[in-house]
Design a protein around this ligand. Structure first.
Ligand code: GDP
Ligand code: MN
Length: 368
């Protein structure tokens, strides 16, 4: 019986924490005003940094997409930083730039690949914009995106802004839709409360002076965007994901699980690095950071331990309670949200184990 009891308690914490957190944030903050003086007429100089590694297939589409942005061209600077691509990406960029000389584009070619964050820091040395926006090649922006991003920076309390993601590609499953909704509401509600510790490389905008102050992007972990946003929140600036700032993200059609696991690895590295900073977090941000850290680092293991205890209890003491809970846990897999949640927990567990032998700072390219 005590074994069953412990297992049940762990399961209740595992499912209860995120649900409580979600409903608490949603009810308390989602419909609250931002308390930010956004201004669509605020048009500072902006630097867009595009890191590339073997992006020959998509880079022209990405550059065309940036080209179509409705933003004063004299205030727009684009820096593409390539790290030793072997598929001719830099050549395609040069060719594109020659045909579009009215766009201020600079290409930096690194002779050795040392990872995305390293490349971003390299590009930062040349950036002159007040705001720097990082964007992955495999993401596409609606044409108003720069304006919709920069308006938040009109308020000096805002240090960083990121986007919501609309996944596109053959692998996009309906299953994820409901999970995405849960995920997006958390990002927006956390942002309204103070800041969100999870940013997206499809569009991650930062004040350049703050990036300088922080010494650039961290090169020892994978989630450079989320970690930098969190650091900015830790020095008391808002790091937000507003509603309605949507961008498209291409999802790989091969190696989907590998991709999800690598991303989970990066997030875990980010939250593990945050542990040390928790105590000095500003009041409105401390709870958010603490709970997200718990959800990414510890919570998946509660589910794992609970399951193991239930199996052990069923096998050793033939506990009907344990068997009943296990059966319920399996039966619920027909519910989409629940299934997506369980899969995400598995990704996090595999990712945390994988982190022991590889950090995936320079990862292999997934076909998109
Ligand atoms: P994902 O979005 O997490 O799947 O990661 P991606 O593979 O899409 O990489 C994000 C962006 O960083 C893409 O634009 C890549 O081309 C780029 N990238 C990845 N690794 C490197 C690197 O080592 N150097 C540079 N310069 N860019 C990189
Ligand atoms: Mn990507």
């Amino acid at each position: 019986m005590p074994l069953d009891f412990i297992a049940l308690a762990l399961a209740v914490i595992h499912f209860g924490t995120p649900l409580t957190y979600y409903f608490y944030l949603k009810n308390k903050y989602l419909s609250k005003p931002w308390n930010i003086n956004a201004d669509e007429n605020y048009k500072p100089k902006v630097t867009i940094i595009i890191p590339t590694y073997n992006e020959a297939k998509l880079i022209e589409k990405k550059l065309n997409n940036i080209y179509k942005q409705k933003y004063p061209r004299d205030k727009l600077e684009v820096i593409v930083v390539d790290s030793a691509s072997t598929d001719g990406t830099p050549k395609l960029i040069k060719k594109w730039a020659d045909k579009h000389s009215e766009l201020n584009l600079k290409l930096i070619v690194e002779s050795e690949r040392k990872g995305k964050a390293h490349a971003l820091n390299h590009a930062l040395e040349y950036a002159t914009g007040e705001i720097v926006i990082i964007t992955d090649v495999d993401s596409l922006w609606p044409s108003e995106t720069i304006t919709k991003t920069l308006k938040w920076f009109a308020d000096p309390t805002v240090g960083a802004v990121s986007c919501l993601k609309k996944p596109v590609g053959s692998k996009v499953k309906e299953v994820e839709e409901s999970y995405r909704q849960y995920y997006n509401i958390l990002r927006i509600a956390e942002s309204k409360a103070y800041a969100t510790p999870i940013f997206h490389g499809e569009l991650a905008a930062f004040r350049r002076n703050l990036l300088k102050k922080l010494g650039g992007f961290p090169i020892d972990i994978g989630a450079d965007d989320s970690h930098t946003a969190t650091k900015i929140a830790l020095i008391r600036y808002r790091a937000i994901i507003p509603e309605n700032l949507w961008v498209e993200e291409l999802v790989p059609n091969k190696g989907y699980s590998r991709w999800r696991i690598r991303r989970a690895q990066h997030l875990i590295q980010h939250f593990a690095k945050c542990l040390r900073e928790l105590r000095q977090a500003p009041k409105g941000f401390r709870k958010i950071l603490a709970i997200e850290t718990f959800l990414h680092l510890a919570n998946p293991y509660l589910l794992l331990v609970s399951t193991i205890l239930l199996i052990a209890s069923t096998l050793t003491t033939h506990s009907l309670t344990a068997l009943g809970i296990l059966a319920l846990g399996v039966a619920l897999l027909i519910v989409k949200q629940y299934r997506t949640w369980i899969i995400q927990q598995l990704y996090l567990i595999v990712a945390s184990l994988r982190n022991i032998w590889t950090k995936e700072i320079a990862w292999s390219k997934q076909v998109k």
